[in-house]
Ligand binder design. Structure first.
Ligand code: SF4
Length: 352
């Protein structure tokens, strides 16, 4: 059997994994050991399972795979310690992930699709066009590979789905991936970032355990949001805000409204006032993200000055809005927000 013909056990949710492994393994404690190797320790080969008898490991390898995507490039760590990883998938697609160490925690930014069809005009992934959904093993694989390399304790680990792709357009696989992560990481340490896919947000709202939700807002009105986020035509801003008002947030948690600041376009005092008005009534904090310039993106898109950023933020604060400013990590290695591409050569923009 080739690797692609074997079931990759990392593609299975915890309950499915128990059933699948339990069918071929006895006694039951062996199945539990195998699950722990896969879901808690992120083993990517049966040979690594040193407390499992050799013959059983060989039998498992005949029927199943536990492979993760292969790292083909790592950047030298940036000044802030962040590091970008380029993975190749079995079908040749390439994706990127980012390791971001901080003083009290470490975040790993994962891709959920090999490309993105949403086509936000400020995003390099969108510029390079659509790709396929990633499988759970391709998402957990990014995480475990990077976590193992840096030997980060699980209790310090945060996971953010903010890399390539729109996670809510790959919801089934993302939910399976979350169920695996929940074995060792609390939901409050995991964040899903969306461009505002309303049906996906509604599905997420029904889950018994929910990650944090971040939504890209980026403009305080429908017309301007359509200009940089064409998805707004399908899911209008007013409906998105109404959906967020119905979204259940756990005690002590809040939604995040991401707002990419573009010089002279959405960073004025009146824009901040309009944004505060738009978000009124939501349990939300604004994460202001000064734009990261990139040669592939429209030349008019510029990063605002520090003065303009401070003016925008202080206007929001005066309007009673909770705000943080994302000083993007990894700018010098093109690993900051909206800069992931997974491909070395540009291709024609495509949208679905
Ligand atoms: S910002 Fe997110 S949703 Fe928009 S094009 Fe980029 S990856 Fe896709």
């Amino acid at each position: 059997m080739t690797t692609s013909e074997r079931i990759n056990l990392h593609d299975l949710a915890p309950a499915q994994l128990s059933a699948t492994v339990g069918e071929v393994v006895s006694p039951p404690f062996r199945a539990k050991q195998i699950e722990e190797w896969l879901h808690l320790r992120g083993a990517s080969s049966f040979d690594a399972m040193t407390n499992i008898p050799k013959e059983l490991r060989a039998q498992l390898a005949e029927r199943f795979s536990a492979a993760f995507p292969e790292v083909i490039e790592r950047t030298t760590p940036a000044a802030d310690g962040s590091q970008k990883y380029l993975f190749v998938l079995e079908d040749g697609n390439r994706i990127e992930s980012v390791y971001m160490p901080m003083t009290d925690r470490t975040s790993i930014c994962l891709s959920s699709q090999a490309g993105c069809a949403v086509g936000c005009t400020f995003c390099v992934t969108g510029f390079f066009g659509a790709g396929r959904n990633l499988t759970p093993s391709e998402m957990t694989g990014q995480f475990f590979t990077i976590a193992h390399e840096h030997a980060v304790p699980m209790e310090q680990m945060n996971v953010v789905f903010m890399g390539m792709g729109e996670p809510l357009l790959n919801l089934d696989h993302v939910v399976t991936t979350l169920d695996v992560f929940y074995r060792s990481i609390a939901p409050k340490r995991i964040t899903i970032s969306t461009s505002g896919i309303i049906p996906g947000i509604e599905e997420l709202a029904k889950l018994p355990r929910r990650p944090n939700l971040a939504v890209s807002i980026n403009a305080p009105d429908q017309k301007r949001r359509e200009e940089i986020m064409p998805i707004t035509k399908k899911y209008p801003l007013g409906e998105l805000i109404a959906t967020l008002k119905r979204y259940p947030t756990e005690k002590g948690r809040e939604l995040t409204a991401e707002y990419v600041l573009l010089a002279g376009w959405n960073d004025s005092i009146s824009d901040a006032v309009a944004l505060a008005k738009l978000l009124r009534g939501l349990n939300v904090k604004v994460n202001a993200i000064p734009f990261n310039e990139d040669a592939n993106l429209p030349a008019w898109m510029k990063r605002p000055t520090d003065v303009a950023i401070d003016r925008f933020v202080s206007t929001l604060v005066r309007s009673g809005v909770h705000v943080t400013v994302r000083r993007s990590k990894g700018r010098d290695i093109a690993a900051a927000c909206g800069q992931l591409r997974g491909k070395s050569e540009p291709r024609k923009r495509s949208r679905v």
